[in-house]
Design a protein around this ligand. Structure first.
Ligand code: SF4
Ligand code: SF4
Length: 143
């Protein structure tokens, strides 16, 4: 009778002094693995310009129609760029096909994983909100 009690007490005491494996989310965020497939985002060159040339390959390969509304435009030196680009995170299945298909490494999946929002329209990213620098700042609206 006393032995099981002592064993249970020993386990309890051991756990009291063991570092907890749980995290205090959302104050503590998990560091994702480098190959984690999170939100797709448009990458930029060191000079801050988007790499995208509006070829629409990502839109064609996307199996869930999460990429839409790519409006191509042409610059003074005939360089192509998108005037509009929409990524709908509500539809994205994080398959990474867009990243694989892109000939310019202009779209990649980042390490963001939160999708819960009170305002669902925040999950539909226009070209600015889909671009790398801004996506780093994106947080759920409940934080
Ligand atoms: S990760 Fe997959 S589902 Fe999401 S936008 Fe890219 S191709 Fe579409
Ligand atoms: S992100 Fe890549 S594949 Fe998609 S339109 Fe731009 S250049 Fe083409």
């Amino acid at each position: 009778m006393i032995m099981p009690f002592l064993k249970g007490l020993a386990t309890t005491l051991r756990m009291v002094f063991t570092k907890p494996i749980t995290q205090q989310y959302p104050e503590e965020r998990r560091e994702m693995y480098p190959r984690w497939r999170g939100h797709p985002e448009l990458t930029v060159d060191p000079d801050g310009r988007r790499r995208c040339v509006a070829c629409t390959l990502c839109l064609v390969v996307c199996p869930s129609n999460a990429i839409k509304g790519i409006v191509p435009a042409e610059g003074p030196e005939h360089e192509k760029y998108p005037m509009a680009f929409t990524i709908d995170l509500q539809r994205c299945i994080f398959c990474g096909l867009c990243q694989e298909a892109c000939p310019k490494a202009a779209i990649k999946l980042n390490n963001l994983y939160e999708l819960a929002q009170y305002d669902k329209s925040l999950l539909i990213l226009d070209i600015d909100r889909a671009t790398q620098k801004e996506s780093k700042l994106r947080t759920p609206d409940w934080l």
